[in-house]
Design a protein. Structure first.
Length: 260
């Protein structure tokens, strides 16, 4: 039986794939367990980069509605299920590796929230992206109302949240919701090129700048500037990769990062 989430590790890179294709990769409890386990596996392997994608025509359609309907009005059961979704997405966001979400079909509702939890997003022109909860009398529960306003200008975040509108990959890119939009034929080569570029970087610097990014968002502006200065001093004076990078620049050669 195919597991709901597959993980393939290749050196410093990993591929995480949701495999509930017939259910449009809806987030059943077993898929969420598999996603959480996948993050732990990739982290333990020391990977620096991981793609996150869905098999078939959807990244994910979001919550498993048959499962949710079966919970009825059991408040504790519903709360536990929503918390499980949130925990899996939070784990991706907090992981030390850089996650690249690949959207080549539907990324709606919880699928859009999964995309927002990833660090980078590559979408094809065929992608269909949107919060979508309002279309069915629902509201976000896995970060949509929190992460969208941190990614998009207020007017665009409200547009997607309030209308339930779905936009294509090109529109999502124009909004700033995704970092890259390419044709379906160019998707794999683009993802590969981004992955290879990230793997060129120092492992400690790549993980460090991800931490700085999120730490800075959580701090007042001036506190974040002070924290950045403190962190870079520690990095420059105690990290072999930083010294190697400076030596490589001075010697006009490619750096040979070892990572710490």
């Amino acid at each position: 039986m195919t597991p709901p989430v597959e993980v393939v590790i290749d050196g410093g890179a990993a591929a995480i794939t949701l495999t509930r294709e017939k259910a449009h990769n809806a987030m059943s409890p077993d898929l969420l367990e598999g996603l959480h386990a996948a993050v732990e596996k990739v982290t333990e392997a020391g990977c620096r980069v991981a793609t996150v994608r869905g098999r078939g025509k959807a990244l994910s359609a979001g919550a498993d509605l048959p499962h949710l309907l079966g919970l009825g009005d059991d408040r504790d059961a519903v709360a536990a299920y929503i918390a499980q979704i949130g925990a899996a997405l939070d784990a991706i966001e907090a992981a030390p590796f850089v996650s690249i979400c690949v959207v080549d079909g539907y990324g709606v509702a919880g699928g859009c929230e999964l995309m927002l939890a990833c660090d980078l997003v590559v979408a094809s022109t065929e992608a269909k992206i949107g919060d979508r909860h309002m279309e069915y009398g629902m509201i976000p529960g896995a970060g949509g109302s929190v992460r969208l306003p941190r990614v998009l200008p207020a007017a665009l975040a409200r547009r997607l949240l309030y209308t339930g509108e779905i936009v294509d990959g090109a529109t999502a890119a124009a909004m700033g919701l995704v970092g890259w939009c390419v044709s379906p034929e160019e998707l794999e080569s683009t993802v590969h090129a981004i992955t290879r570029r990230l793997l060129r970087h120092s492992p400690s610097a790549l993980a460090g700048v991800k931490r700085m990014y999120f730490d800075g968002l959580a701090m007042p502006y001036r506190d974040a500037l002070v924290a950045e200065q403190r962190t870079v001093v520690e990095h420059l004076t105690g990290n072999p990769d930083a010294r190697e990078g400076l030596a490589a620049f001075a010697g006009k050669r490619a750096p040979n990062f070892q990572g710490v």
